[in-house]
Write a protein that binds this ligand. Structure first.
Ligand code: 3PG
Length: 306
């Protein structure tokens, strides 16, 4: 009987675990659960004899893969799989998948909340600004970016996007205005929402050259990954442009410094909250379970990323 492990430092909502269990057990497999673990050794033990694992931002590196003698598939219930060593997985003959789009709405809704939180000065009582009529830029126009664009348009914003691999026609089809560089996007917008995935080629790509160009009283929003920002440049821009705010769902390495130096212009959620809704957990968790069943039973490799 195939064994499936859910290994989540940050657990799914119980209703999602229940749904995953149903899919796994109806397929005739066994489900094991490792939640809120604090030591890597706990993961090494739990993964030792399983055929499949469902994870979130949990790290799957060569050591974990070495310990997982029967492992055939890792499914990252979510979009970004920068936490999985895909090359090492390939070398261990382990298939890696993600569940693209399944938790996008949760992240996009958080973006809307954070944008308004920023415009209203973090609810400090001072007179703020409204979202209607603002120019909003979407950096990386994927599943989440598209939804943020749609919601901002509903608020009465003019929405711009930059995506290196989308044509102007594809972007225009959604009533969004294409731009042709990161710099142009920041230059045209009051608010820029960053959705760039963390890949080696994107490391530090949100830099001084673009951030320094955002319009007056701009808000830069990061619900993607800290690695895509050049933190030295971020601090430089925050020092030079005392009119702008930086809001993030992922605390940067320089978090303490940002808190100390940019009071009233910097906000970070205490923990990454973007995909932390019951709905997103159900969508991504159940998709992950279904992908595992299809892979083990039929060899279906749809959504393989390595
Ligand atoms: C993702 O890449 O899907 C999001 O960043 C969510 O990550 P999480 O599952 O760790 O909340």
């Amino acid at each position: 009987m195939a064994k499936v492990l859910i290994a989540t430092e940050k657990p799914f909502a119980p209703v999602a675990v229940k749904g995953i269990r149903k899919i796994v057990e109806e397929a005739g497999f066994e489900l094991n659960l490792l939640e809120k673990y604090t030591e890597k050794s706990q993961l090494l033990t739990a993964i030792a004899d399983v055929d499949a694992v469902i994870i979130r931002s949990d790290k799957i590196d060569a050591e974990v893969l070495d310990a997982a003698k029967n492992l055939k598939i890792v499914v990252r219930a979510g979009a970004g799989y920068d936490n999985v060593d895909c090359e090492a997985a390939k070398a261990h003959n382990v298939c890696v998948m993600n569940t693209p789009g399944q938790n996008s709405n949760a992240v996009a809704e958080l973006c809307m909340g954070l944008i308004i939180y920023g415009l209203r000065n973090f609810y400090n009582g001072a007179s703020g600004r409204e979202l209607a009529g603002k120019k909003v830029g979407i950096l990386a126009y994927g599943y989440i970016g598209k939804l943020v664009a749609k919601y901002c348009k509903a608020f009465g914003c003019e929405v711009y996007a930059y995506h290196p691999r989308r044509t102007d026609e594809q972007i225009k089809a959604d009533g969004v205005i294409p731009t042709h560089s990161q710099e142009e996007l920041f230059e045209k917008c009051d608010i820029v929402s960053v959705h760039t995935p963390s890949r080696p080629e994107n490391k530090g790509c949100v830099n001084y050259a673009c951030m320094s160009k955002i319009r007056e009283k701009g808000i830069i929003l990061n619900t993607a990954r800290k690695e895509v920002f050049n933190e030295e440049d971020l601090i430089k821009v925050m020092n030079e442009r005392t009119d702008i705010k930086y809001i993030t769902d992922i605390q940067p390495a320089c978090h303490e410094k940002m808190v100390a130096e940019f009071e009233g212009r910097y906000y970070a959620t205490p923990k990454k909250m973007g995909a932390q809704t019951a709905e997103a957990n159900i969508n991504a968790g159940l998709a992950a379970a279904n992908q595992i069943v299809k892979f083990i039973k039929n060899g279906d490799e749809t959504f393989r990323v390595n």
